[in-house]
Design a protein around this ligand. Sequence first.
Ligand SMILES: [Zn+2]
Length: 112
Amino acid sequence: MECDKCKAIINEEESKELHGRILCEDCYMDSLSPARMCDPWAVYSAKSLMDKNESGLEVNEIQAKILRILEETGGKEPGTIADDLERELAALRHMEKVRGALKDGKKIICLW
Ligand SMILES: [Zn+2]
């Protein structure tokens, strides 16, 4: 007999049956644990967090960042989220990605 999936020739003792298919031992193990190769659920949930929220609307980068902070901390007071963003801004300043400047007499943050 042969494996339904990879077509390897197998003898009866080696064959496994899964959902009505005859599989060799390797394919059987693969079919039993498809998450072994990668973790599609983890990828999916991370991706869905980045791309869409539950209503299917796009989440922009800043919103995704906020979601990530909440995910990492398990929840925060609203005011402290602003502190987090402030801290990121300071870090970006330090990396010389953004800088403070004056525009029409007002202080602004702009790209370096
Ligand atoms: Zn096989």
